[in-house]
Design a protein around this ligand. Structure first.
Ligand SMILES: C[S@@+](CC[C@H](N)C(=O)[O-])C[C@H]1O[C@@H](n2cnc3c(N)ncnc32)[C@H](O)[C@@H]1O
Length: 429
């Protein structure tokens, strides 16, 4: 096994190559529930909002600093005042410091001018779906990265994702064709960076397609604050080069958190990965690439379409035999429904049965649903949340019994089984 230590705070992880899974992160020592195993800073961040906001998205679009993505609050205090870009006046920054930093990085004169040209030519892009408008932002951000930080651009190119490795190659190829033609017809081509150029050449449809594939496989979403109805969507996407080595498991043993508004700058957009439960040395550490409450057919479809692989994890092996999978296949093309789908009724019923059995291992003896315990203990019980719970970091030798949800941020006391919403803590506690 080819092993390379990764620079985590305490060297807790190694990068290894695993046949059929590519690079993976494994524990170099036994790891404890709640332990922070990785802090990672983004090499590239871009807004998750469309370039041409609809009435539904326009109120959120100008809510965040275009550099650090903290929520903008109009106030008399200089640290939270709103500073528009002097060139375009469209992009807003939470402080003069963020504005200055952005002008020499993510909002360079080339990005500012290119975004302006796209916005001034509203004949094509507004008709495209939100995803395409966000892809346009990503492509500008990625080409700009080569200008402002060639070494980070090189790192981006080393991440997993080739035009050919996805089942949705056609959609990547179509997006690349459309967006590259649009950008190259309206914007000044970015000058080639001072690094060996990729085999796709510089500023080409092929390179744009490769970059879009890297984004699709590796981008992490930074969440908006929870809205009053408990909904939380993405405010920005980021490429985190170390966190990109985590493979997927439908029963993850670690999950990642972001604290964009509460962490002090300049590292407020860092993500933190914490262990959900104890694992022994040598075990692969995996995240779930989407909320764990997706049902089996949807998980398999998303993993194949978006990430190009079939999942053979323990949970999938069990759920592949569940009888209602065929019915769900009939709905396979209903993408809207897929997005909204929560754990299917079969899972709910099995969870209830496991819960009623009342034993501490939460139905591990039930061969139809051996992972019920995971859902009872580690899935957020808030309506429509679907987040995963991990304990707060241990202090010294003591593990924390406070669990935090990585989606809604809810804190609750770990009563050993969980799942009933009791024991929730307010943030003050
Ligand atoms: C974010 S990358 C993870 C790191 C990647 N293995 C690498 O070599 O860089 C996502 C890609 O890893 C692979 N992958 C992740 N989880 C996997 C799994 N459970 N089984 C097989 N391949 C997996 C897929 O190719 C997927 O598109």
């Amino acid at each position: 096994m080819n092993m390379k230590q990764m620079s985590t705070s305490g060297g807790e992880l190694s990068v290894v190559e695993i046949e059929g899974r590519g690079r993976a992160l494994v524990a170099t020592q036994s790891l404890r529930a709640g332990q922070i195993i990785l802090r990672d800073s983004p090499i590239l961040l871009y807004s998750a909002f469309p370039l041409f906001p609809s009435s539904a998205t326009s109120s959120s679009c100008n809510c965040y600093c275009d550099y650090c993505f903290k929520t903008l609050q109009a106030s008399s205090s200089s640290s939270t005042s709103i500073n528009p870009c002097p060139e375009c006046s469209v992009h807003l920054f939470c402080s003069p410091k963020c504005l200055t930093a952005a002008r020499s990085s993510s909002h360079s004169p080339w990005v500012c001018e290119s975004l302006r040209r796209l916005r001034d030519c509203p004949s094509l892009l507004p008709q495209q779906p939100l995803e395409c408008q966000v892809q346009a932002r990503f492509l500008l951000a990625a080409y700009n990265l080569a200008l402002v930080s060639p070494s980070h651009f090189q790192t981006l190119l080393t991440l997993q994702g080739q035009r050919s490795c996805l089942n949705s190659t056609d959609s990547i190829a179509t997006s690349a064709q459309f967006l590259h033609s649009l950008i190259s017809s309206l914007c000044t081509p970015p000058p080639p960076p001072q690094i060996p150029l990729p085999q796709e050449g510089w500023f080409s449809i092929e390179l744009s397609a490769t970059l879009l594939a890297k984004d699709k496989l590796n981008a992490f979403g930074l969440m908006e604050p929870v809205s009053e109805d408990g909904h939380r969507s993405v405010r920005a996407y980021g490429i985190y080069p170390k966190a990109s080595f985590f493979n997927h498991d439908c029963l993850p043993n670690a999950c990642r958190f972001d604290y964009v508004d509460t962490n002090p700058g300049p590292y407020n957009t860092d993500i933190i990965v914490r262990m959900i439960h104890d694992v022994p040395q040598g075990r692969e550490i995996c995240l779930s690439y989407f909320p764990v409450n997706e049902n089996y057919p949807n998980r398999q479809r998303r993993l194949m379409e978006d990430y190009g692989f079939t999942c053979h994890c323990d949970r999938c092996k069990v759920e592949a035999n569940w009888s209602d999978n065929d019915d769900d296949d009939d709905d396979a093309l209903d993408v809207e429904q897929e997005e909204e789908e929560v754990m299917d009724e079969d899972t709910d019923q099995q969870m209830e049965a496991a819960s009623e059995s009342g034993n501490e291992d939460g139905g591990q003896a039930d061969s139809d649903f051996p992972h019920a315990y995971f859902f009872l203990r580690y899935m957020c019980s808030r309506n429509n949340c679907g987040g995963t719970l991990a304990p707060l970091p241990p202090t010294g030798d003591s593990s924390s019994n406070i669990m935090e949800c990585n989606v809604c941020g809810n804190l609750k006391n770990d009563d050993g089984v969980g799942g009933d919403g009791k024991g929730e803590l307010s943030m003050d506690e």
